[in-house]
Design a protein around this ligand. Sequence first.
Ligand SMILES: NC(=O)C1=CN([C@@H]2O[C@H](COP(=O)(O)OP(=O)(O)OC[C@H]3O[C@@H](n4cnc5c(N)ncnc54)[C@H](O)[C@@H]3O)[C@@H](O)[C@H]2O)C=CC1
Ligand SMILES: CC(=O)C(=O)O
Ligand SMILES: [Mg+2]
Length: 603
Amino acid sequence: MSLSKFYFAVNQRLQQTQSQNPSNSSRRHHHDIVRAPVPSVLAPKNNKGLNFTMEERQRLHVHGLFPPAFRTMQEQVFAVAANFYARASNIGRYRYLRSLRQRHERLYFRFLSEHLEHVLPVIYTPTVGVACTIFGMIFRGPMGMYVTKYDRGHVAQVLRNWPESDIRAVCVTDGERILGLGDLGANGMGITVGKLELYTALSCVPPHQLLPVCLDVGTNNEELLADPMYIGTRDRRIRGKEYDEFVDEFMQAVVEIWGQRTLIHFEDFATPNAFMLLERYQHKYCCFNDDIQGTSAVGLAGLLAVERITKKKLPDHVIVFAGAGSAAMGVTSLLTKELKTRKLDMERIVKNIYVFDQNGLIVKSRKDVAPPIQPYAKDMPHIKALDELVEKVKPSILMGATSMAGLFSEKILRFMGANNERPAIFAFSNPTSKSECTAEQAYAFTEGRALFSSGSLFPPVVVNGKRMTPGQANNCFAFPGIGLGVLTANAKTIPDEIFLMAAHTLAQYPEEEAIESGRLYPKATEAKDVALTVAVAVAQYLFDNDLGQVHPVPENICKFIVENLYELCNGDSLVEPWKFPDLPRVPFTKDYKIPPEDVKISF
Ligand SMILES: NC(=O)C1=CN([C@@H]2O[C@H](COP(=O)(O)OP(=O)(O)OC[C@H]3O[C@@H](n4cnc5c(N)ncnc54)[C@H](O)[C@@H]3O)[C@@H](O)[C@H]2O)C=CC1
Ligand SMILES: CC(=O)C(=O)O
Ligand SMILES: [Mg+2]
């Protein structure tokens, strides 16, 4: 029984119990009516919880609404941590965090910011994927705007209902390709919420300036259409002109309301629409597609790190891309751009790049190849099986973005290990359940020599006593910094070069020691530092190329950004908000941390 069906059954049972005992339900109803209104000082963005001082409680008329105890922000973070780690499952933690955000926003982001390593897999991939599959059941209240096809002609009017006026960035999805989970329709809202929360947690963009949007254009997911818990419109997806005009209206409405400078982040559109919309809007609006462009920066950064450790130039590496969707084609095209900057011609660039999709190797004789992939089509006989291609061309780098769990079979991984001293394996697909292979498999079948990275993080693996730490090849190391850099410069459009800048900045992160243990990407605990560094590089590029709209151009961009960051500390402006001061800790020190278990392998 699927999780949503299980909960549906539980709810049905509850309803039956209530209808058998009407006196219960009417009593509860009566209590609801007499409940006192919540003062606006307790609205999520104003609430300080037990951190309200006695003077504030009296002045703001909330005295008596709280127990007498006072807690510092840090103590409240401890209390949240105790609750968070006490939950038995990550989906339980997700639900706890959702309710925390809905009552105390600053505490929520402060907690996120301090416990990133454990929180990232909950508010982001993989758990957010589970949350999206049961989103209708766990929906608690507004988190963003739903715009449906029935709002055509009135999209601006609908967007104006959002209670915040100073929106600087919008993350929008139409829910057609949510992670590797396919068409989740209106449930895709969970993804846009998660992405924007990283803009705050990693880049300190104030949450009230961020707006998640779900364009509900229907769903073709039969299970959802038949699911009573589904929260979206129960229609099939609109396509073609109708779809294009709807998205056009949305884009116009955003700039009409919040201005041309509003950053529009496209997320988890199905690949054909993702490329179509990027081409249509890239030079017209301040927008980017995270799955194509954000991922391209992270993919190229990983390749640059491989180049560094193997001491072999990228064009000399044989690279097989499994998948030819947004993610894989994003990386391929940024790699091409990078190699062009190295003065290589197209023939040389594509020589060692092989693209393989669900119908096999992309070859010239195939008729089903989309235009962006055509330059990589090989003039050789078609190969249908990935293991056959790997045996034939002997790649040193294997990148997968297919949502096909287990695609990198034992045979393929052993082959990679046998032919390379440090085979590079990238399993981009999300969530974990869709990964092309696990970290354990990548290390086990290459005698612990693989440079392994995945879209959703795997725990470290101890191979013959040596601790291998996989990296996270995820666009979360790019988009928060890119977003912050673009907002800092107030750019009107986002040029492709930005993603090259981001890739080179990110590639500098892993130290030699980390690379030795197989990790090509920074740790989650470094993600805030990465975001700021990427933002500075991006803003610098925009200013240098006269693409910024801030006058006068700030002399010190880093200082300028830091001074404008969200105060995560309830008004105590922190000089370096991404490094919190070591405040005195209360004896709240129960063992509530659950470090991920290492997997142990020996030969
Ligand atoms: N780690 C990261 O930062 C990111 C990861 N992703 C993940 O990448 C995956 C793919 O995303 P998109 O490119 O947008 O999806 P997509 O659905 O457009 O592309 C999937 C590609 O995989 C190919 N494919 C399917 N089965 C295959 C098989 N058995 N053998 C070889 N190729 C096969 C398809 O032909 C298609 O070209 C998703 O799981 C997504 O979550 C996407 C963006 C960023
Ligand atoms: C990470 C991401 O954007 C994806 O899997 O779609
Ligand atoms: Mg995505």
